[in-house]
Design a binder for this molecule. Structure first.
Ligand code: FAD
Length: 407
């Protein structure tokens, strides 16, 4: 590879983070090689994961031309509900319309990660400055004063090296780059896991909105609506520590859980289920020389609050602006340390703090604390100023504004 060809960013992982970063860079004239282990045959077979896109994320998706492709494939959801499952009451309703002066998108878009990836891959394939290598597995890298060398196994199973100026880990939580750099992934893993059941049933007939967080001292829950196909709802429950994946996903167990949640007396149409382990972890460093971590490779958190994919996409755009500045000769590469300071701050002070607090709120067992929490939520939702402040934080706009003020 000539020196000219190696003047590029190598990005590992075509998840939402790697793809958004690739598109933002290439659209600004920075060449990218994007490495992805999956291929056209299995790319869309991944388990259901993220899908709630907050307003600030929608602004970013619009910047790279993704929003207009995703809006028709998703559900515009202006409202979010907090319910008390214990006594079946709606505690609070927040309307993102309160953010109309803060963002052109005063709502969330319920649009699954897989659709974002699908549309973004199409854009990436069509862009002349993105060298997308599917069926290619990254195995390691080295860096020197002039650049980085990534080693991959190409689609025919041969080891190959690729030379670039910087390497970004968008590999997800199991990042090889993070491990090769010896960067700790500090935090903890919850002992209970989360059971996700996908159900074809319209929960709105019972007063629920498109996004619902449901507190219960015995079995908290989340309930989200997805356009599909098929049109369906995702219901989350915690699992007990010693329950196996198989035991908890037996059809009769899933039906019983759903009937306990909403006794309809009729079998629910279940479209799928999966169980996942929830981690709360942040890498101790987001940059080491020419190697940079973004998205799940840098931070992971519980899905309660929908902050994982969103904050990963925010990493991607923050980093893109800095790499663009460096490639144009307008910024020195010290600016990458600012990326690390800004995004690590948001990961710790916002995504981690808020998702940990959200889970505690839903699972709280002490009746007096529960009552106090619910009262607080109720008062917050009823007061226009407090409700706006709540939404600015929960929709990650505060995190971005705060990061902007970090030198
Ligand atoms: C059940 C569940 C629900 C969630 N719900 C939400 C939600 O509602 N909102 C939210 O914001 N977040 C949510 N999240 C989190 C969200 O899915 C992640 O934060 C997000 O997908 C991270 O994006 P990423 O691009 O960093 O990594 P990933 O999406 O993990 O993508 C990494 C990519 O890298 C590829 N890759 C990995 N290793 C290699 C290698 N060695 N070589 C080549 N390619 C490689 C993978 O194949 C993959 O395509 C949820 C997570 C789970 C598990």
């Amino acid at each position: 590879m000539s020196a000219k060809d190696s003047n590029r960013v190598i990005i590992i992982g075509a998840g939402p983070v790697g793809l958004c970063l690739s598109l933002a860079l290439a659209q600004a004239g920075v060449k990218v090689t994007l490495i992805e282990a999956l291929n056209d045959d299995n790319f869309l077979d991944q388990v259901p994961r993220a899908g709630t896109n907050h307003p600030a994320t929608l602004e970013m998706l619009e910047r790279v031309g993704l929003y207009k492709l995703l809006e028709p494939r998703g559900i515009i959801a202006p409202k979010v509900h907090y319910w008390d499952r214990h006594d079946g009451t709606l505690i609070a309703e927040f309307d993102h319309a309160h953010l109309k002066d803060d963002t052109p998108f005063p709502y969330v878009l319920q649009c699954e990660r897989i659709k974002i990836v699908e549309e973004a891959v199409k854009l990436a394939k069509a862009h002349p400055d993105i060298d997308l290598r599917l069926s290619t597995t990254f195995t390691g890298f080295a860096q020197d004063a002039d650049g980085v060398t990534a080693t991959v196994n190409n689609p025919v199973g041969e080891a190959e090296t690729i030379r670039g100026r910087y390497i970004v880990s968008g590999e997800g939580a199991r990042s090889i780059i993070r491990k090769e750099l010896g960067i700790d992934f500090e935090g903890f893993t919850y002992s209970d896991r989360t059971l996700n059941i996908e159900v074809a049933y319209d929960f709105r007939q019972h007063g629920y909105t498109e996004r619902n967080y449901i507190s219960d001292p015995d079995e908290w829950s989340n309930l989200f609506h997805w356009l599909g196909p098929p049109d369906r709802w995702r219901v989350h429950f915690p699992t007990k520590e010693n329950e196996s994946d198989e035991a908890v996903q037996r059809p009769e167990v899933l039906q019983a859980k759903l009937q306990a949640f909403l006794p309809t007396g009729k079998e629910f149409v279940i479209c799928g289920s999966n169980v996942y382990t929830v981690h709360q972890r942040v890498a101790t460093k987001f940059r080491s020389g020419r190697a940079i971590l973004a998205g799940d490779s840098a931070h992971v958190n519980s899905p309660i609050g929908a902050m994982g994919m969103n904050s990963g996409i925010h990493d991607a755009f923050n980093l893109a602006d800095k790499l663009i500045g460096i490639f144009r000769g307008e910024m020195s590469d010290d600016v990458l340390d600012r990326y690390a300071r800004q995004r690590r701050h948001v990961a710790i002070q916002h995504s981690q703090a808020d998702t940990i607090r959200n889970k505690r709120l839903l699972a709280e067992r002490d009746p007096a604390v529960r009552q106090k929490n619910h009262e607080h939520l109720r008062r917050t939702a009823e007061d226009l100023k407090l409700a706006r402040a709540f939404l600015l934080r929960s929709s990650l706009i505060d995190g971005i504004r705060e990061a902007d003020s970090i030198p």
